[in-house]
Design a protein around this ligand. Structure first.
Ligand code: SF4
Length: 456
């Protein structure tokens, strides 16, 4: 699919809005949510013992700080804090393992950060072993890891494979030396090429590369060079994120000089370049920031209507409960979300006391559960099948959501959707504005005072 990006429409629809990795979105989580409530949700989820599990492990440590970073991370080169953290992850796993039905199968594991490959090869092997000892991991589980090419060794890759990892995601961001200096993240294409080769030789089933546009000193021409270099590595997937400069929320972003950032028009030019170039090279635009080759399982899942969206972005494993481990991570059960505390001493104290280290969360209402299904199907299927949704939710879909569907005139006039009798279809161009479309079905947006990133 190739998309001819209309920049006038991008200018028109680009406004703050949620990314819908959850619904309700994280700003609606509250500190009134208790560990007892969470425990009740876990017990309820256990009643369906064949409901699969997805595990997320947050490894917050990084060697150095990238100045564009928006993650929950800690800079540390010393080994002791990391060793201590891994010890607490094990204790937290035990805390959950006592409560999760032992028959439930883990079909997905994801390591994010921070930098998961900050762990030593021996730690990676040990964590992998510990997960399998604690939970029932399916033989064909999807086990993925985010990597920083800096500091990676062949032994890390071998350890990841030994521990069962089969999908890798590598942070590249940009190859231009001037851009790299201005964001404090320097690594050349040779290093990335070496890691890509290791990953492929080791037999990982899928490789994703992350890029960011909107960084200091980037231009359409420099970013075109980065994309060319990246395409030569033939990744299965590419995630291309827009840099949100929010120094009032992340103080270290002040290290990036505002005057070095590309002008909004240049950023739009890069968006057009990315979408059109990747489309021309056989990558399907899945939605949001994600592109995947036509034969990739994400593309197949989207075609078959089984794609999912959660805190890690798009996923192929349906109907899983997500249990997250480590500071700041977020878990998802059928009727609840819970986020862990964001600072290390509190995380340790809570785990030490045998309590879930929760900071905030939310129990979903019936309406939340229903709207979540509608928004997630829209974001994953790039359309709404009224009969299927009606059957899944046990409602007359067009009667319940008639007002929302009727309010989409402008989207249709702009060629972003087609409304047929039995379904709504998002056009290729409309994929760029999927967040705007999803906002139409968000029942909480009117009471939402959160500051979201821009939608395009
Ligand atoms: S490596 Fe990733 S998590 Fe760590 S500082 Fe850089 S962007 Fe942030």
């Amino acid at each position: 699919m190739t998309i001819d990006v209309d920049l006038d429409l991008v200018r028109k629809y680009d406004r703050p809005g949620p990314r819908y990795t959850s619904y309700p979105t994280a700003p609606h989580f509250t500190e009134a949510f208790t560990g007892a409530e969470w425990e009740r949700h876990i017990e309820e989820a256990n009643r369906t013992a064949d409901r699969p599990l997805s595990l997320y492990f947050h490894i917050p440590f990084c060697d150095t700080l990238c100045w564009f970073c928006g993650c929950n991370m800690l800079v540390s080169r010393r080994r002791e804090p990391i060793d201590e953290y891994v010890g607490y992850l094990y204790r937290e796993m035990d805390l959950y393992a006592r409560r999760i039905h032992p028959d439930r199968e883990v079909v997905q594991v994801h390591f994010g950060g921070g930098t998961p490959t900050h762990l030593t090869p021996a730690q990676i092997r040990d964590v992998g072993r510990r997960i399998r000892e604690t939970f029932r991991v399916a033989p064909d589980a999807e086990i993925s890891v985010e990597m920083d090419p800096r500091g990676l060794t062949g032994d890390h890759i071998a350890a990841l494979r030994d521990a069962g990892f089969n999908r890798a995601s590598l942070g590249v961001q940009d190859f231009d030396p001037r851009v790299q200096q201005a964001i404090n993240r320097v690594h050349d294409a040779r290093l990335v090429g070496q890691v890509v080769q290791w990953v492929k030789e080791a037999g990982f089933e899928s490789l994703n590369l992350d890029l960011i546009y909107g960084l200091p000193h980037q231009s359409v021409a420099t970013f075109a060079d980065t994309i060319d270099t990246v395409l030569a590595f033939e990744p299965n997937r590419l995630a291309v994120f827009s840099y949100a400069h929010v120094p009032w929320m992340k103080a270290h972003m002040k290290l990036i000089r505002t005057e070095d950032l590309p002008a909004p028009e240049v950023k739009l030019g890069m968006l057009k370049l990315i979408t059109e170039t990747l489309g021309a090279h056989g990558y399907e635009y899945i939605g949001m920031d994600h592109f995947a080759r036509e034969d990739d399982e994400l593309t197949r899942a989207q075609r078959e209507g089984t794609l999912q969206r959660n805190f890690q972005g798009y996923s192929t494993r349906a109907g899983t409960d997500i249990h997250a481990f480590g500071m700041s991570s977020i878990s998802q059960l059928p009727r609840a979300y819970a986020q862990h505390v964001k600072d290390l001493p509190r995380y340790y104290a809570e785990v030490e006391a045998g309590r879930f280290p929760l900071e905030r969360g939310i129990t979903l209402t019936d309406e939340d559960v229903e709207r979540r299904t509608v928004i997630m199907r829209l974001m994953c299927d790039m359309g709404l099948d009224y009969a299927r949704l009606g059957a899944d939710l046990g409602i007359d879909f067009t009667a319940r959501y008639g007002e929302e569907i009727a309010s989409l005139d402008e989207f249709e006039e702009d060629g972003l959707i087609r409304r047929l009798d039995d379904r709504l279809e998002v056009t290729p161009m409309g994929r760029l504005f999927i967040r705007n479309l999803a906002m139409t079905f968000d029942g909480r947006l009117a009471h939402d005072h959160a500051r979201y990133s821009r939608t395009v």
